[in-house]
Design a protein around this ligand. Structure first.
Ligand SMILES: OC[C@H]1O[C@H](O[C@H]2O[C@H](CO)[C@@H](O)[C@H](O)[C@H]2O)[C@H](O)[C@@H](O)[C@@H]1O
Length: 606
């Protein structure tokens, strides 16, 4: 059975990622890209769907969890240690970056597992069960004899080949590759798994010690660029590392999370594939990176955006594949039972074809921040921005699926209109600086018209709150972004009224739900077109802390922020949601959309 979501560690090479449980089991690993089929899908099924466990042998059932674990400094190199009756042993897990610009863009993706003896002599056991195509295909495994008895195993299934290099003997049984060995103090045993297309040549044998040094150097150079030195720095830097890990290095695209179908409710149906580049999530990520000194990522994402949108700027999609792919058909994988039986497991994402008008605002806002943060001026970006604005001018009155990607009827979501205002506002500001580049009067008129429309139709004067959509009485946590986006000042009574209404109606244990949903476990259809409930939404809870600070309730804001920080795992990671009843993280993991507002709120509070 898979571990608790909070028990997983993330390692990655900025093209894909792996999740490793406390007991040393890699239960999720897609190769060669984030959105490729998984070779270890035990996370969403059983051990039959693939895993690689490396841990001390002979520990009693249930006693397999590492005694302690941490990332080595500000890096994605994971260190797990077990104190056993035989002695202490350390396992170092990492993936060396192979991205463009670091000399080895085509290097084979590689998972390195190094076992180091700390004291005594500890018997170790490795069980490697490769199941390609999300746990469905047992590969054909062969031994290749190498010089000096250094054999390699190669596992082939269709287009994929995985090469296992081990310092110790391996043997096969139960369609699984095993190794049993021991390490004494000061000894090191390494096992590596490298992916290659099956038609390609054998990848070189990894030099693990060199790769470890390169990987640690990479992360220390990268985190060394961080300009943030305020309070909660450790949490901010870990969030930045996580966001960087979710960036697809060859193109600059950013995935929302490295997983699919971790449920928003244990046992529920709200299970989605997040291994794609949402414009909304990526734009927000960019603003967090820009504010903490990371300009190169912003420049590369801007180029990614231009390429992804190129050719069809009128039909902007709300998400793309990491290389800009448009077709992301949603399908179910019936052979996977789902995380703790939360089915269906889905790949692809039908939300790609939705209309979500807010993305225009998020994208133009990120471009604006880039412009004001010193990113070089770029004509193509300006042309794109004008095309987006032309489209928005004719379409902002349309009902849409909104920020939460509802699968119910389209509505005039207030947040979508507010973000349309943001797009017009940032365009006015840009053209006020560069008057020759466009018709500032036209965009000013549009901006003011949207503002009047939202205030007339999206605000309920009786209850003194903005509402979820025009004509509704319901609330929506995305309204918390109104003051953060500058639509109205924090001191405006309508803003304060909305924040207080969200606190009254959407809070659960002080954390914020996105909007009202049926009770957990219920079979009732919610307003979002889905059955069942979900946890409190961490991004929205950070937004509340941010707003409280904006309206001068700093102590309350800090208390909420600290409570949210306490929900992070021991390794500083956050999923999308929190189940207040079970006290567990739920939803895809780790989730950029949770780490971004963590950074924004820390910046605001500091
Ligand atoms: O709950 C319905 C929708 O949930 C997902 O969307 C959520 O995640 C996105 C990525 O982080 C985020 O941009 C969006 O605002 C969230 O609501 C899912 O991907 C959708 O397909 C689904 O309809």
């Amino acid at each position: 059975m898979a571990a608790l979501i909070e028990d997983y560690a993330l390692i990655g090479d900025m093209q894909t990622a792996a999740l490793i449980a406390r007991d040393g089991s890699v239960d999720w690993f897609c190769l060669p890209r984030f959105d490729s089929p998984a070779v270890f899908a035990g996370l969403l099924g059983t051990e039959e769907h693939g895993f690689w466990r490396l841990a001390p042998a002979g520990l009693a059932d249930g006693a397999g969890a590492a005694t302690r674990r941490r990332y080595r400094g500000d890096s994605l190199v994971l260190e797990s240690e077990w104190d056993t009756p035989e002695g202490t042993v350390r396992l170092i897990d990492f993936m060396p970056p192979r991205g463009a610009g670091r000399g080895r863009p085509d290097a084979a993706p590689c998972l390195v597992r190094m076992v180091e003896g700390v004291s005594g002599r500890v018997r170790m056991s490795s069980a490697l069960r490769m199941r390609f195509s999300y746990g469905r295909i047992v590969p054909w495994v062969q031994r290749e004899h190498g010089p000096g008895g250094r054999d390699r195993l190669v596992a082939v299934a269709g287009p994929d080949a995985l090469w296992l290099d081990a310092d110790v003997d391996t043997y096969g049984s139960d369609l699984t590759t095993h190794a049993a060995f021991s390490v004494g103090a000061g000894e090191r045993v390494t096992l590596t798994l490298s992916w290659q297309p099956s038609h390609g040549d054998a990848p070189p044998r990894p030099n693990a010690a060199q790769l470890l040094a390169d990987t640690e150097n990479f992360w220390s150079r990268w985190t060394g660029q961080c300009s943030y030195s305020g309070p909660w720095r450790e949490a901010v830097v870990r969030s930045l590392i996580t966001l960087k890990a979710l960036t697809y290095a060859p193109t600059g695209g950013i995935v929302a999370a490295p997983t699919t179908s971790l449920p928003e409710e244990i046992g529920g149906v709200r299970n989605w594939d997040y291994r794609y580049a949402w414009l909304r999530d990526a734009a927000m990520t960019l603003t967090a990176l820009l504010r903490t000194g990371y300009h190169e990522e912003a420049r590369r994402w801007r180029e990614w955006l231009l390429r992804a949108v190129a050719g069809d700027a009128q039909n902007l999609q709300i998400m793309y594949g990491v290389a800009g792919e448009r077709e992301l058909p949603e399908a179910e994988l019936p052979w996977l039972p789902g995380y703790e039986k939360s089915g269906p497991v889905r790949i692809g994402n039908g939300a790609a074809n939705q209309l979500q008008l807010d993305v225009y605002g998020e994208v133009v806002d990120a471009l604006w921040l880039g412009q004001t943060s010193g990113l070089s001026r770029d004509d193509s970006t300006h042309i794109l921005q004008m095309k987006l604005m032309n489209h928005l001018e004719s379409n902002w009155r349309e009902p849409d699926e909104g920020i939460w990607e509802v699968r119910g009827p389209r509505r005039d979501f207030v947040h979508s209109k507010v973000m349309a205002w943001v797009a017009a506002d940032r365009t006015v500001r840009r053209l006020s600086r560069l008057p020759l580049e466009g018709p500032v009067q036209r965009w000013r008129a549009l901006r003011d018209e949207i503002h009047r429309d939202v205030c007339a139709h999206g605000y309920d004067p009786e209850r003194n709150t903005f509402t979820q959509y025009y004509g509704s009485r319901e609330l929506d946590a995305s309204l918390l972004l109104i003051p953060q986006m500058g639509f109205l000042p924090p001191s405006d009574p309508r803003v304060v009224g909305t924040i207080e209404a969200v606190q009254r109606e959407l809070c659960d244990d002080g954390f914020v739900r996105r909007y009202p949903v049926p009770d957990g476990g219920s079979d009732t259809l919610g307003g979002d077109g889905l059955r069942g409930g979900e946890g409190v939404f961490l991004a929205c809870s950070f937004w509340l802390a941010h707003d409280l600070a904006l309206i001068g309730r700093g102590a309350e804001a800090r208390r909420l922020f600290e409570r949210l920080l306490a929900l992070r795992t021991d390794l500083g990671l956050l999923a999308e949601e929190w189940d207040t009843r079970r006290g567990r993280l739920v939803g895809n993991f780790p989730q950029a959309f949770s780490h971004v507002p963590l950074i924004d709120t820390a910046l605001r509070l500091s």
